[in-house]
Design a protein around this ligand. Structure first.
Ligand code: MG
Length: 304
């Protein structure tokens, strides 16, 4: 058995142990973690490219593999020129592209038609590449606070957004991928702050190619991590970002604040099988803190 096979069977073994233990586990809100005998979700950890310790791509992937990290999240900028490079780098590894993080020009709610056109063109090129790479989707924000002039925050704009997302979602679906709406905290994007709001916009876009995500850092806006993930549910939740909860550093670097158990319990209950991806800085040595963080998340997933 080589190292990859060992890692794979170890993870499968851990999942069996977790599943075996779960029917008796009663959660804080009184429900069993394994509702109706449904398969539990799986903790698939992913690193963004810029987050992973190491200089060159191969070095980053070697390190990720040594930790059993199975997802890789590159940025979308110029992705169409990197498809072969990324395919080659992942060949023979137990790592897949998780999601693509933005990287488009312009923005979808731009008032200026040329800015909107820049978005449409670059976003579709990124979606093409994401589909080729087997990504779960391409992450996007409708408008950051700093992006002006922006269409006003009213009903007409919401209807426009859903209509535009419908087209984009259908395009993504035809390319074997999705568009993933990311809610951000109010300091960055007032337009869409809650996972439930992103999920509702995805629903009203009426395309299986439009999904949403939750980012534990931005989820400081939520009243409940558990409720937030369940508000999207398995139909809409396509990706998760994670960081420490005090300074947006590596999970664990903010000590007691870095508790993800409540959110993980929702992911387990809904049978979430996509990725939890590191989008964070680091205070300490990257290799050291990322190694500890992966263990912390596995421990908390077990507790959830
Ligand atoms: Mg994020």
């Amino acid at each position: 058995m080589d190292r990859r096979e060992f890692l794979h069977s170890s993870l499968a073994g851990a999942a069996v142990v977790a599943a075996g233990a779960s029917p008796l586990a009663v959660t804080a809100c009184g429900s069993t973690a394994d509702k109706g005998g449904k398969a539990l979700g799986k903790l698939n950890i992913s690193f963004q490219e810029s987050v992973a310790a190491g200089k060159e791509l191969a070095e980053k992937l070697d390190f990720m593999e040594s930790l059993g990290v199975t997802g890789f999240e590159p940025g979308g900028k110029g992705l169409w020129d990197r498809v072969q490079e990324i395919k080659d780098a992942l060949k023979g590894r137990n790592i897949k592209v998780s999601a693509i993080c933005a990287g488009f020009d312009g923005f979808i709610l731009a008032e200026d038609p040329s800015v909107k056109e820049a978005f449409d063109t670059s976003m579709r090129r990124i979606i093409d590449a994401a589909g080729e790479l087997g990504s779960t989707g391409v992450i996007m924000v409708p408008a950051f606070n700093r992006q002006v002039p922006c269409k006003p925050h009213n009903q007409e704009t919401r209807d426009y957004l859903c209509a535009q997302l419908h087209e984009l979602g259908e395009y993504a679906k035809a390319h074997g991928t999705t568009v993933i709406l990311e809610p951000l905290n109010r300091k960055e994007a007032f337009y869409m702050r809650l996972v439930a709001d992103a999920a509702a916009i995805a629903r009203d876009s009426d395309s299986a190619g439009v999904k949403c995500m939750g980012d534990f850092w931005h989820m400081q806006e939520e009243t409940s991590d558990y409720g937030a993930f369940w508000s999207a549910g398995v139909d809409y939740l396509q990706h998760v970002h994670i960081a420490s909860r005090g300074r947006r550093k590596t999970p664990g670097e903010d000590g007691e604040k870095d508790n993800y158990v409540d959110g993980f319990r929702a992911l387990k209950e809904m049978g979430y099988d996509k990725y939890v991806s590191f989008e964070c800085g680091a205070v300490g040595d990257k290799k050291t803190v990322q190694t500890a963080a992966v263990q912390l998340l596995r421990d908390q997933w077990e507790q959830a």
